[in-house]
Write a protein that binds this ligand. Structure first.
Ligand code: NDP
Length: 477
Protein backbone atom coordinates (compact mmCIF):
# COMPACT_ATOMS: atom_id res chain seq x y z
CA UNK A 1 0.00 0.00 0.00
CA UNK A 2 1.26 3.52 -0.75
CA UNK A 3 2.05 5.71 2.23
CA UNK A 4 -0.03 8.86 2.63
CA UNK A 5 2.72 11.25 3.64
CA UNK A 6 3.02 14.36 5.77
CA UNK A 7 2.92 17.74 4.04
CA UNK A 8 5.80 19.97 5.13
CA UNK A 9 6.81 23.12 3.23
CA UNK A 10 4.81 21.93 0.23
CA UNK A 11 6.60 18.54 0.04
CA UNK A 12 5.06 15.17 0.80
CA UNK A 13 7.44 13.60 3.32
CA UNK A 14 7.63 10.31 5.24
CA UNK A 15 8.89 6.77 4.87
CA UNK A 16 7.49 4.98 7.93
CA UNK A 17 3.80 4.14 7.73
CA UNK A 18 1.09 3.05 10.15
CA UNK A 19 -2.05 1.12 9.17
CA UNK A 20 -5.38 2.90 9.63
CA UNK A 21 -7.81 0.17 10.76
CA UNK A 22 -11.57 0.09 10.21
CA UNK A 23 -13.38 -0.36 13.57
CA UNK A 24 -16.32 -2.05 11.80
CA UNK A 25 -13.97 -4.69 10.39
CA UNK A 26 -10.49 -4.92 11.85
CA UNK A 27 -9.37 -6.97 8.80
CA UNK A 28 -9.93 -3.89 6.64
CA UNK A 29 -6.94 -1.56 6.32
CA UNK A 30 -8.26 1.84 5.29
CA UNK A 31 -4.80 3.04 4.27
CA UNK A 32 -1.23 3.49 5.43
CA UNK A 33 -0.37 6.89 6.86
CA UNK A 34 2.99 8.43 7.70
CA UNK A 35 4.13 8.72 11.29
CA UNK A 36 5.83 12.04 11.94
CA UNK A 37 8.50 12.47 14.63
CA UNK A 38 9.29 15.48 16.81
CA UNK A 39 11.85 16.70 14.23
CA UNK A 40 9.12 16.70 11.56
CA UNK A 41 6.97 18.86 13.82
CA UNK A 42 9.86 21.31 14.19
CA UNK A 43 10.36 21.42 10.39
CA UNK A 44 6.62 22.01 9.93
CA UNK A 45 6.67 24.90 12.41
CA UNK A 46 9.72 26.41 10.68
CA UNK A 47 7.96 26.10 7.29
CA UNK A 48 4.81 27.76 8.63
CA UNK A 49 6.88 30.54 10.17
CA UNK A 50 8.68 31.17 6.87
CA UNK A 51 5.37 31.23 4.95
CA UNK A 52 3.63 33.63 7.35
CA UNK A 53 4.87 37.04 6.09
CA UNK A 54 3.66 36.45 2.52
CA UNK A 55 0.40 34.66 3.42
CA UNK A 56 -0.59 37.19 6.07
CA UNK A 57 -0.40 39.91 3.41
CA UNK A 58 -1.91 37.82 0.61
CA UNK A 59 -4.84 39.20 -1.37
CA UNK A 60 -8.30 38.36 -0.16
CA UNK A 61 -9.31 37.10 -3.60
CA UNK A 62 -6.52 34.52 -3.51
CA UNK A 63 -7.58 33.28 -0.09
CA UNK A 64 -11.24 33.30 -1.05
CA UNK A 65 -10.57 31.30 -4.23
CA UNK A 66 -8.51 28.60 -2.47
CA UNK A 67 -11.08 28.08 0.29
CA UNK A 68 -13.98 28.07 -2.19
CA UNK A 69 -12.23 25.55 -4.43
CA UNK A 70 -11.62 23.36 -1.40
CA UNK A 71 -15.27 23.56 -0.38
CA UNK A 72 -16.37 22.67 -3.92
CA UNK A 73 -14.08 19.64 -4.14
CA UNK A 74 -15.11 18.29 -0.72
CA UNK A 75 -18.76 18.62 -1.71
CA UNK A 76 -18.21 16.99 -5.10
CA UNK A 77 -16.46 14.04 -3.36
CA UNK A 78 -18.91 13.78 -0.44
CA UNK A 79 -19.78 10.12 -1.06
CA UNK A 80 -16.16 8.99 -1.42
CA UNK A 81 -14.88 11.06 1.54
CA UNK A 82 -17.94 10.10 3.60
CA UNK A 83 -17.11 6.44 2.99
CA UNK A 84 -13.49 7.04 4.03
CA UNK A 85 -14.76 8.74 7.20
CA UNK A 86 -17.18 5.91 8.03
CA UNK A 87 -14.41 3.35 7.46
CA UNK A 88 -11.84 5.06 9.65
CA UNK A 89 -14.07 6.33 12.48
CA UNK A 90 -17.09 4.01 12.46
CA UNK A 91 -20.04 6.41 12.31
CA UNK A 92 -22.72 5.28 9.87
CA UNK A 93 -22.38 6.17 6.20
CA UNK A 94 -25.27 8.70 6.22
CA UNK A 95 -23.78 10.37 9.32
CA UNK A 96 -20.35 10.40 7.69
CA UNK A 97 -21.63 11.90 4.42
CA UNK A 98 -23.53 14.55 6.41
CA UNK A 99 -20.31 15.41 8.29
CA UNK A 100 -18.44 15.69 4.98
CA UNK A 101 -21.07 18.06 3.61
CA UNK A 102 -20.70 20.07 6.83
CA UNK A 103 -16.95 20.36 6.21
CA UNK A 104 -17.63 21.71 2.71
CA UNK A 105 -20.13 24.22 4.14
CA UNK A 106 -17.55 25.41 6.67
CA UNK A 107 -14.90 26.03 3.98
CA UNK A 108 -17.55 27.79 1.91
CA UNK A 109 -18.59 29.98 4.87
CA UNK A 110 -15.00 31.08 5.58
CA UNK A 111 -14.35 31.67 1.86
CA UNK A 112 -17.16 34.23 2.22
CA UNK A 113 -15.78 35.62 5.47
CA UNK A 114 -12.50 36.50 3.70
CA UNK A 115 -14.50 38.94 1.57
CA UNK A 116 -16.22 40.41 4.63
CA UNK A 117 -13.09 41.37 6.62
CA UNK A 118 -13.66 44.77 8.15
CA UNK A 119 -12.56 47.18 10.83
CA UNK A 120 -13.82 50.28 12.57
CA UNK A 121 -13.01 53.96 12.21
CA UNK A 122 -13.82 56.13 15.24
CA UNK A 123 -13.16 59.70 16.27
CA UNK A 124 -10.56 60.12 19.00
CA UNK A 125 -11.47 61.87 22.26
CA UNK A 126 -8.65 64.25 21.29
CA UNK A 127 -9.09 66.81 18.47
CA UNK A 128 -7.81 66.11 14.92
CA UNK A 129 -7.05 62.46 15.59
CA UNK A 130 -8.71 59.45 14.02
CA UNK A 131 -8.74 55.94 15.48
CA UNK A 132 -8.71 52.79 13.33
CA UNK A 133 -9.38 49.36 14.76
CA UNK A 134 -8.34 46.43 12.57
CA UNK A 135 -7.92 42.70 13.00
CA UNK A 136 -4.64 41.07 11.95
CA UNK A 137 -3.59 37.42 11.68
CA UNK A 138 -1.77 36.11 14.75
CA UNK A 139 0.98 34.01 13.18
CA UNK A 140 1.58 30.26 13.14
CA UNK A 141 -1.44 28.43 14.54
CA UNK A 142 -1.09 24.89 15.89
CA UNK A 143 -4.20 22.77 15.32
CA UNK A 144 -4.71 19.56 17.32
CA UNK A 145 -7.91 17.58 16.69
CA UNK A 146 -9.66 14.51 18.17
CA UNK A 147 -10.86 11.35 16.41
CA UNK A 148 -14.62 11.70 16.72
CA UNK A 149 -15.29 14.24 13.95
CA UNK A 150 -12.46 13.46 11.51
CA UNK A 151 -13.43 16.01 8.84
CA UNK A 152 -15.73 18.60 10.48
CA UNK A 153 -13.45 19.58 13.38
CA UNK A 154 -10.34 19.91 11.15
CA UNK A 155 -12.47 22.02 8.76
CA UNK A 156 -13.75 24.33 11.48
CA UNK A 157 -10.19 25.05 12.66
CA UNK A 158 -8.20 24.99 9.38
CA UNK A 159 -10.66 27.11 7.34
CA UNK A 160 -10.80 30.15 9.69
CA UNK A 161 -7.07 29.94 10.46
CA UNK A 162 -6.27 30.28 6.74
CA UNK A 163 -9.12 32.71 5.99
CA UNK A 164 -7.80 35.25 8.50
CA UNK A 165 -4.23 34.99 7.12
CA UNK A 166 -2.51 32.63 9.53
CA UNK A 167 -0.24 29.74 8.64
CA UNK A 168 -0.87 26.33 10.14
CA UNK A 169 0.72 23.24 11.63
CA UNK A 170 -2.02 20.64 11.82
CA UNK A 171 -1.88 17.39 13.84
CA UNK A 172 -4.96 15.20 13.48
CA UNK A 173 -5.80 12.35 15.87
CA UNK A 174 -3.67 9.34 15.08
CA UNK A 175 -6.72 7.06 14.83
CA UNK A 176 -8.26 8.98 11.90
CA UNK A 177 -5.60 10.50 9.62
CA UNK A 178 -7.49 9.80 6.36
CA UNK A 179 -9.88 12.74 6.20
CA UNK A 180 -7.22 15.18 7.40
CA UNK A 181 -4.82 13.96 4.75
CA UNK A 182 -7.58 14.49 2.16
CA UNK A 183 -8.14 18.09 3.34
CA UNK A 184 -4.40 18.83 3.12
CA UNK A 185 -4.21 17.29 -0.35
CA UNK A 186 -7.22 19.28 -1.60
CA UNK A 187 -5.91 22.58 -0.20
CA UNK A 188 -2.45 21.89 -1.67
CA UNK A 189 -3.90 21.22 -5.13
CA UNK A 190 -6.26 24.20 -4.78
CA UNK A 191 -3.13 26.39 -4.89
CA UNK A 192 -2.28 27.03 -1.23
CA UNK A 193 1.32 28.31 -1.22
CA UNK A 194 3.98 25.99 0.18
CA UNK A 195 4.31 26.03 3.96
CA UNK A 196 0.97 27.75 4.62
CA UNK A 197 -0.61 24.48 5.80
CA UNK A 198 1.64 21.74 7.14
CA UNK A 199 0.23 18.33 8.05
CA UNK A 200 2.01 16.21 10.67
CA UNK A 201 0.36 12.87 11.32
CA UNK A 202 1.73 11.22 14.43
CA UNK A 203 1.36 10.45 18.08
CA UNK A 204 0.05 13.14 20.40
CA UNK A 205 2.70 12.33 22.97
CA UNK A 206 5.43 12.94 20.36
CA UNK A 207 4.24 15.29 17.60
CA UNK A 208 1.58 17.05 19.65
CA UNK A 209 3.96 17.49 22.56
CA UNK A 210 6.65 18.91 20.22
CA UNK A 211 4.08 21.48 19.10
CA UNK A 212 3.20 22.39 22.69
CA UNK A 213 6.90 22.80 23.53
CA UNK A 214 7.60 25.15 20.60
CA UNK A 215 8.06 28.88 21.28
CA UNK A 216 7.19 29.59 17.61
CA UNK A 217 3.49 28.80 17.70
CA UNK A 218 1.54 32.02 18.22
CA UNK A 219 -1.64 30.12 19.07
CA UNK A 220 -2.96 26.60 19.61
CA UNK A 221 -6.52 25.49 19.05
CA UNK A 222 -7.31 22.13 20.61
CA UNK A 223 -10.30 19.80 20.78
CA UNK A 224 -10.01 16.64 22.82
CA UNK A 225 -9.89 15.39 26.38
CA UNK A 226 -9.71 17.56 29.48
CA UNK A 227 -6.38 15.96 30.45
CA UNK A 228 -4.65 16.96 27.21
CA UNK A 229 -6.42 20.32 27.25
CA UNK A 230 -4.87 21.17 30.61
CA UNK A 231 -1.47 20.34 29.15
CA UNK A 232 -2.13 22.68 26.21
CA UNK A 233 -3.11 25.42 28.68
CA UNK A 234 -0.05 25.01 30.94
CA UNK A 235 2.46 25.03 28.06
CA UNK A 236 0.70 27.91 26.33
CA UNK A 237 0.89 30.09 29.44
CA UNK A 238 4.59 29.26 29.69
CA UNK A 239 5.10 30.44 26.09
CA UNK A 240 2.77 33.44 26.37
CA UNK A 241 0.67 31.93 23.60
CA UNK A 242 -3.02 32.32 22.78
CA UNK A 243 -4.99 29.10 23.22
CA UNK A 244 -8.48 27.78 22.74
CA UNK A 245 -9.79 24.53 24.26
CA UNK A 246 -12.88 22.48 23.47
CA UNK A 247 -13.05 19.51 25.80
CA UNK A 248 -15.47 17.08 27.32
CA UNK A 249 -19.12 17.22 28.26
CA UNK A 250 -21.66 15.53 30.53
CA UNK A 251 -24.64 17.08 28.86
CA UNK A 252 -28.05 16.94 30.53
CA UNK A 253 -31.32 16.39 28.72
CA UNK A 254 -34.29 17.35 30.89
CA UNK A 255 -37.68 15.74 30.17
CA UNK A 256 -40.65 17.34 31.93
CA UNK A 257 -44.09 15.86 32.61
CA UNK A 258 -45.64 18.06 29.92
CA UNK A 259 -43.19 16.99 27.19
CA UNK A 260 -44.34 15.54 23.88
CA UNK A 261 -43.32 11.95 24.65
CA UNK A 262 -42.47 10.93 21.06
CA UNK A 263 -40.36 14.02 20.54
CA UNK A 264 -38.58 13.56 23.89
CA UNK A 265 -37.74 9.93 23.13
CA UNK A 266 -36.44 10.78 19.64
CA UNK A 267 -34.29 13.59 21.06
CA UNK A 268 -32.92 11.36 23.83
CA UNK A 269 -32.16 8.48 21.43
CA UNK A 270 -30.39 10.86 19.07
CA UNK A 271 -28.50 12.68 21.85
CA UNK A 272 -27.39 9.58 23.70
CA UNK A 273 -26.75 6.97 21.06
CA UNK A 274 -26.34 8.27 17.49
CA UNK A 275 -22.75 8.50 16.27
CA UNK A 276 -22.24 5.71 18.86
CA UNK A 277 -22.54 8.32 21.64
CA UNK A 278 -19.07 9.56 20.66
CA UNK A 279 -19.97 13.24 20.51
CA UNK A 280 -18.87 15.88 22.98
CA UNK A 281 -22.45 17.17 22.78
CA UNK A 282 -23.98 13.73 23.44
CA UNK A 283 -26.39 13.50 26.33
CA UNK A 284 -25.63 10.79 28.85
CA UNK A 285 -27.76 12.28 31.66
CA UNK A 286 -31.50 12.03 31.01
CA UNK A 287 -33.14 13.96 33.84
CA UNK A 288 -36.81 13.02 33.93
CA UNK A 289 -39.66 14.24 36.17
CA UNK A 290 -41.79 11.72 38.07
CA UNK A 291 -45.04 12.02 36.11
CA UNK A 292 -43.53 10.98 32.76
CA UNK A 293 -40.65 8.84 34.06
CA UNK A 294 -42.06 5.34 33.57
CA UNK A 295 -43.67 6.11 30.19
CA UNK A 296 -40.42 7.71 28.99
CA UNK A 297 -38.25 4.79 30.11
CA UNK A 298 -40.61 2.26 28.50
CA UNK A 299 -40.76 4.17 25.20
CA UNK A 300 -37.00 4.82 25.07
CA UNK A 301 -36.27 1.16 25.81
CA UNK A 302 -38.59 0.14 22.95
CA UNK A 303 -36.79 2.60 20.68
CA UNK A 304 -33.36 1.20 21.62
CA UNK A 305 -34.56 -2.36 20.91
CA UNK A 306 -35.23 -1.30 17.32
CA UNK A 307 -31.80 0.29 16.71
CA UNK A 308 -29.49 -1.79 14.54
CA UNK A 309 -25.85 -1.94 15.64
CA UNK A 310 -23.67 -3.09 12.75
CA UNK A 311 -21.01 -2.25 10.17
CA UNK A 312 -20.97 1.51 9.53
CA UNK A 313 -21.17 0.95 5.77
CA UNK A 314 -24.17 -1.40 5.86
CA UNK A 315 -27.51 0.04 4.76
CA UNK A 316 -29.91 0.07 7.71
CA UNK A 317 -27.26 0.43 10.44
CA UNK A 318 -28.32 2.97 13.06
CA UNK A 319 -25.27 2.71 15.32
CA UNK A 320 -21.77 1.88 14.10
CA UNK A 321 -18.97 0.40 16.18
CA UNK A 322 -17.03 2.06 18.98
CA UNK A 323 -13.86 3.63 17.56
CA UNK A 324 -11.26 1.19 18.95
CA UNK A 325 -10.46 -1.39 21.61
CA UNK A 326 -9.37 1.22 24.18
CA UNK A 327 -12.61 3.18 23.91
CA UNK A 328 -14.64 -0.05 24.04
CA UNK A 329 -12.85 -1.00 27.26
CA UNK A 330 -13.59 2.45 28.70
CA UNK A 331 -17.30 2.05 27.83
CA UNK A 332 -17.60 -1.46 29.30
CA UNK A 333 -15.64 -0.41 32.40
CA UNK A 334 -18.19 2.36 32.97
CA UNK A 335 -21.05 -0.13 32.49
CA UNK A 336 -19.48 -2.27 35.24
CA UNK A 337 -19.06 0.83 37.42
CA UNK A 338 -22.71 1.81 36.86
CA UNK A 339 -23.91 -1.62 37.94
CA UNK A 340 -21.68 -1.64 41.01
CA UNK A 341 -22.90 1.85 41.96
CA UNK A 342 -26.49 0.54 42.06
CA UNK A 343 -27.91 1.86 38.80
CA UNK A 344 -30.33 -0.55 37.13
CA UNK A 345 -29.47 -1.80 33.65
CA UNK A 346 -32.69 -1.22 31.69
CA UNK A 347 -31.27 -2.14 28.28
CA UNK A 348 -28.04 -3.31 26.63
CA UNK A 349 -24.73 -3.49 28.44
CA UNK A 350 -23.13 -6.20 26.30
CA UNK A 351 -20.56 -6.24 23.51
CA UNK A 352 -21.86 -8.00 20.41
CA UNK A 353 -20.46 -9.91 17.41
CA UNK A 354 -21.29 -9.15 13.81
CA UNK A 355 -20.21 -10.73 10.49
CA UNK A 356 -16.88 -8.92 10.61
CA UNK A 357 -14.64 -8.50 13.66
CA UNK A 358 -15.28 -5.03 15.11
CA UNK A 359 -15.87 -3.08 18.33
CA UNK A 360 -19.64 -3.45 18.70
CA UNK A 361 -21.53 -2.46 21.83
CA UNK A 362 -25.27 -2.47 22.51
CA UNK A 363 -26.83 0.92 23.23
CA UNK A 364 -26.98 0.88 27.01
CA UNK A 365 -29.53 2.54 29.26
CA UNK A 366 -29.34 2.77 33.03
CA UNK A 367 -32.26 3.80 35.22
CA UNK A 368 -32.43 4.59 38.96
CA UNK A 369 -29.17 6.54 38.58
CA UNK A 370 -28.25 9.43 40.85
CA UNK A 371 -26.34 12.51 39.82
CA UNK A 372 -23.57 11.63 42.27
CA UNK A 373 -22.67 8.33 40.60
CA UNK A 374 -19.47 8.25 38.52
CA UNK A 375 -21.55 7.36 35.43
CA UNK A 376 -23.34 10.69 35.92
CA UNK A 377 -20.25 12.78 36.61
CA UNK A 378 -17.55 11.47 34.25
CA UNK A 379 -17.60 11.52 30.47
CA UNK A 380 -18.03 7.97 29.11
CA UNK A 381 -17.94 8.86 25.38
CA UNK A 382 -19.88 5.81 24.27
CA UNK A 383 -23.49 4.69 23.63
CA UNK A 384 -24.34 4.72 27.33
CA UNK A 385 -26.91 6.97 29.04
CA UNK A 386 -28.57 7.07 32.46
CA UNK A 387 -32.00 8.19 33.56
CA UNK A 388 -32.05 10.30 36.73
CA UNK A 389 -35.53 10.62 38.28
CA UNK A 390 -36.42 14.06 39.73
CA UNK A 391 -39.48 15.56 41.44
CA UNK A 392 -40.08 18.70 39.39
CA UNK A 393 -38.59 21.33 37.08
CA UNK A 394 -36.69 23.09 39.85
CA UNK A 395 -34.90 19.88 40.86
CA UNK A 396 -34.28 19.04 37.17
CA UNK A 397 -32.57 22.39 36.58
CA UNK A 398 -30.46 22.03 39.69
CA UNK A 399 -29.33 18.49 38.72
CA UNK A 400 -28.68 19.60 35.11
CA UNK A 401 -26.32 22.33 36.32
CA UNK A 402 -24.66 20.15 38.98
CA UNK A 403 -21.73 19.01 36.82
CA UNK A 404 -18.14 20.13 36.25
CA UNK A 405 -18.95 20.47 32.53
CA UNK A 406 -21.06 22.98 30.56
CA UNK A 407 -21.09 22.32 26.84
CA UNK A 408 -24.68 21.62 25.78
CA UNK A 409 -28.00 21.16 27.62
CA UNK A 410 -31.47 20.22 26.39
CA UNK A 411 -35.03 20.37 27.63
CA UNK A 412 -38.17 18.64 26.31
CA UNK A 413 -41.26 20.55 27.41
CA UNK A 414 -44.40 22.18 26.03
CA UNK A 415 -44.20 24.88 28.69
CA UNK A 416 -42.96 28.22 27.36
CA UNK A 417 -42.33 29.30 30.94
CA UNK A 418 -40.00 26.38 31.70
CA UNK A 419 -38.29 26.49 28.30
CA UNK A 420 -37.56 30.20 28.73
CA UNK A 421 -36.36 29.76 32.31
CA UNK A 422 -34.11 26.85 31.30
CA UNK A 423 -32.59 28.83 28.42
CA UNK A 424 -31.69 31.61 30.87
CA UNK A 425 -30.51 29.50 33.80
CA UNK A 426 -28.71 26.58 32.18
CA UNK A 427 -24.97 26.79 32.81
CA UNK A 428 -24.13 25.40 29.36
CA UNK A 429 -22.70 27.19 26.33
CA UNK A 430 -25.45 25.82 24.07
CA UNK A 431 -29.10 25.17 25.01
CA UNK A 432 -31.55 23.10 22.98
CA UNK A 433 -35.33 23.32 23.43
CA UNK A 434 -37.21 20.24 22.17
CA UNK A 435 -34.11 19.26 20.21
CA UNK A 436 -31.26 16.78 20.80
CA UNK A 437 -28.26 18.15 22.73
CA UNK A 438 -26.10 17.31 19.68
CA UNK A 439 -26.51 18.81 16.22
CA UNK A 440 -25.34 22.37 15.67
CA UNK A 441 -25.15 24.90 12.83
CA UNK A 442 -21.88 26.00 11.22
CA UNK A 443 -22.56 29.74 11.04
CA UNK A 444 -23.12 30.42 14.76
CA UNK A 445 -20.83 30.13 17.79
CA UNK A 446 -19.95 26.73 19.22
CA UNK A 447 -18.51 26.22 22.68
CA UNK A 448 -19.13 25.62 26.34
CA UNK A 449 -18.53 26.83 29.87
CA UNK A 450 -16.82 25.45 32.98
CA UNK A 451 -14.49 22.49 32.27
CA UNK A 452 -15.84 22.03 28.73
CA UNK A 453 -14.18 24.97 27.03
CA UNK A 454 -11.68 27.77 27.40
CA UNK A 455 -11.15 30.81 25.22
CA UNK A 456 -13.18 32.40 22.44
CA UNK A 457 -15.97 30.51 20.69
CA UNK A 458 -15.38 28.53 17.49
CA UNK A 459 -17.32 28.79 14.21
CA UNK A 460 -19.29 31.50 12.51
CA UNK A 461 -17.99 35.05 12.57
CA UNK A 462 -17.10 34.60 16.25
CA UNK A 463 -14.10 32.51 15.06
CA UNK A 464 -12.28 35.78 14.23
CA UNK A 465 -11.85 36.45 17.96
CA UNK A 466 -9.39 33.59 18.23
CA UNK A 467 -7.72 33.66 14.81
CA UNK A 468 -6.97 37.39 14.76
CA UNK A 469 -5.44 39.98 17.02
CA UNK A 470 -6.85 43.49 17.28
CA UNK A 471 -4.76 46.54 16.42
CA UNK A 472 -5.71 50.10 17.39
CA UNK A 473 -4.05 52.83 15.29
CA UNK A 474 -4.17 56.58 16.07
CA UNK A 475 -3.70 58.93 13.12
CA UNK A 476 -3.13 62.68 13.33
CA UNK A 477 -5.24 64.32 10.67
P1 NDP B 1 -7.22 13.32 23.40
O1 NDP B 1 -7.07 14.50 24.27
O2 NDP B 1 -6.57 12.07 23.81
O3 NDP B 1 -6.65 13.63 21.95
C1 NDP B 1 -6.97 14.81 21.25
C2 NDP B 1 -5.78 15.19 20.40
O4 NDP B 1 -4.70 15.54 21.25
C3 NDP B 1 -5.28 14.05 19.51
O5 NDP B 1 -4.83 14.58 18.29
C4 NDP B 1 -4.13 13.50 20.33
O6 NDP B 1 -3.18 12.78 19.59
C5 NDP B 1 -3.55 14.78 20.89
N1 NDP B 1 -2.69 14.60 22.04
C6 NDP B 1 -2.68 13.57 22.93
N2 NDP B 1 -1.68 13.76 23.84
C7 NDP B 1 -1.07 14.94 23.53
C8 NDP B 1 0.01 15.68 24.08
N3 NDP B 1 0.70 15.26 25.14
N4 NDP B 1 0.35 16.84 23.50
C9 NDP B 1 -0.32 17.31 22.42
N5 NDP B 1 -1.33 16.63 21.83
C10 NDP B 1 -1.72 15.47 22.38
O7 NDP B 1 -8.77 13.13 23.12
P2 NDP B 1 -9.44 12.10 22.07
O8 NDP B 1 -8.88 12.26 20.73
O9 NDP B 1 -9.35 10.76 22.69
O10 NDP B 1 -10.92 12.66 21.98
C11 NDP B 1 -11.92 12.32 22.87
C12 NDP B 1 -12.15 13.46 23.84
O11 NDP B 1 -12.33 14.69 23.13
C13 NDP B 1 -13.42 13.28 24.63
O12 NDP B 1 -13.17 13.57 25.96
C14 NDP B 1 -14.38 14.32 24.04
O13 NDP B 1 -15.33 14.81 24.89
C15 NDP B 1 -13.47 15.38 23.61
N6 NDP B 1 -14.08 16.14 22.51
C16 NDP B 1 -14.54 17.40 22.76
C17 NDP B 1 -15.15 18.13 21.77
C18 NDP B 1 -15.61 19.52 22.04
O14 NDP B 1 -15.79 20.26 21.09
N7 NDP B 1 -15.82 19.94 23.25
C19 NDP B 1 -15.36 17.58 20.44
C20 NDP B 1 -14.82 16.28 20.27
C21 NDP B 1 -14.21 15.59 21.29
P3 NDP B 1 -3.32 11.16 19.43
O15 NDP B 1 -4.34 10.97 18.41
O16 NDP B 1 -2.01 10.66 19.02
O17 NDP B 1 -3.73 10.65 20.79
Amino acid sequence: MTIHKNLIAGEWIGTEGVENINPSNTNDVVGVYARACAEDAKSAIAAAKAAFPAWSHSGILQRHAILKKTADEILARKDELGKLLAREEGKTLPEAIAETIRAAQIFDFFAGEVLRLSGEVLPSVRPNIGVEITREPIGVVGIITPWNFPIAIPAWKVAPALAYGNTVVFKPAELVPGCSWAIADILHRAGLPNGVLNLVIGKGSVVGQAMLNSPDLAAITFTGSTTTGKRVAATSIEHNRKFQLEMGGKNPMVVLDDADLTLAVEAAANSGFFSTGQRCTASSRLIVTEGIHDKFVAALTEKLKGLVVDDALKAGTHIGPVVDANQLKQDTDYITIGRSEGAKLAFGGETISRDNPGFYLQPTLFTEATNQMRISREEIFGPVASVIRVKDYEEALSVANDTPFGLSAGIATTSLKHATHFKRHSEAGMVMVNLPTAGVDFHVPFGGRKASSFGPREQGKYASEFYTVVKTAYVLA
